[in-house]
Design a protein around this ligand. Structure first.
Ligand SMILES: Nc1ncnc2c1ncn2[C@@H]1O[C@H](COP(=O)(O)OP(=O)(O)OP(=O)(O)O)[C@@H](O)[C@H]1O
Ligand SMILES: [Mg+2]
Length: 258
């Protein structure tokens, strides 16, 4: 790659000196700087309550910081251009109940398509294909209110994939998923071409799918780098309230037994 091509490498998300507090007193995030290139898959990790979901909400403009800037696809996230910014971003909420609001699965999945001007037949078809991709087309006519936790998570993921956004942010996407659906989700995640940010305590998921990871603790990014390096650094993880991925712990145990 030529030098000028390196400089031109497109930034999908840029966070510049961002600090945020919900109540104006206690800072949840402080001095956050991050640059994510188009096409990267980034793992966002950290103990409970360090601010992962808060950071994601700031990126999609569900909260606004008084200090710092967030730029998505060359557009600053602010209250004036939210609709434009959100055209580029899909966001799977940590809490699926906060995401789903239509009476049936099919209506919820096609809602965004209709909202963005797709015709009814085309929206029906894309919605059905998306449900099929995730393996939940059998839930099509079910009432949202009667779904299990894992089914709600899968439908939430479908409501976001349906628009094929440039960047998708997943907040705890594998919570409640059984092993087969978790594996299926990982396949879907790998098959997505755009930029992805995955906040999760499922460190095996991060290890297997994310090129780069960002570790948050004490309001700050304490480490950012290649996932395989961060997730095998027991001392770093333990010093910041985490543990090695489960697969690595069991691998270590097996070698002790044998
Ligand atoms: N709406 C809110 N109002 C006030 N404080 C909040 C609000 N949402 C979150 N917080 C606080 O902000 C901090 C960060 O919360 P956040 O949900 O971002 O953490 P997290 O890293 O996503 O945690 P988890 O791993 O449990 O999902 C916590 O101390 C939490 O209590
Ligand atoms: Mg969270």
């Amino acid at each position: 790659m030529k030098a000028e091509e390196c400089v031109m490498e497109s930034s999908m998300l840029k966070i510049i000196d961002l600090s945020f507090s919900y109540d104006g007193k206690r800072e949840v995030l402080s001095g956050i700087n991050l640059d994510i290139k188009a096409g990267e898959c980034i793992g966002l990790i950290g103990a409970n309550g360090v601010g992962k979901s808060t950071l994601l909400k700031l990126i999609v403009g569900l909260e606004f910081a008084k200090k710092g800037k967030i730029i998505v696809n060359n557009m600053e996230v602010n209250s004036k251009n939210l609709r434009e910014v959100r055209k580029n971003i899909g966001y799977v909420f940590q809490d699926s109940d906060a995401q789903l609001f239509m009476p049936t699965v099919h209506e919820d999945v096609k809602f965004a398509l209709l909202n963005y001007g797709y015709g009814k037949d085309e929206a029906d078809q894309i919605a059905y294909e998306t449900l099929k991709k995730i393996g939940i087309e059998n839930l099509k006519d079910q009432s949202i209110y009667h779904l299990s936790g894992g089914q709600k998570k899968l439908v939430s993921i479908a409501t976001v994939l349906v628009l094929n956004p440039d960047m998708i942010i997943f907040d705890e996407p594998t919570v409640c998923l059984d092993p087969k659906n978790r594996r299926k989700f990982m396949e879907v995640l790998r098959s997505l071409g755009g930029t992805k940010i995955v906040a999760s305590h499922d460190l095996d998921l991060i290890y297997d799918t994310c090129d780069r990871s960002v570790l948050i603790a004490d309001q700050r990014i304490v480490k950012e780098g290649i996932t395989q390096k961060i997730l095998t650094d027991r001392e770093l993880l333990e010093n910041n309230g985490l543990e090695l991925p489960l697969s690595m712990i069991s691998r270590n145990k097996m070698s002790v037994i044998m």
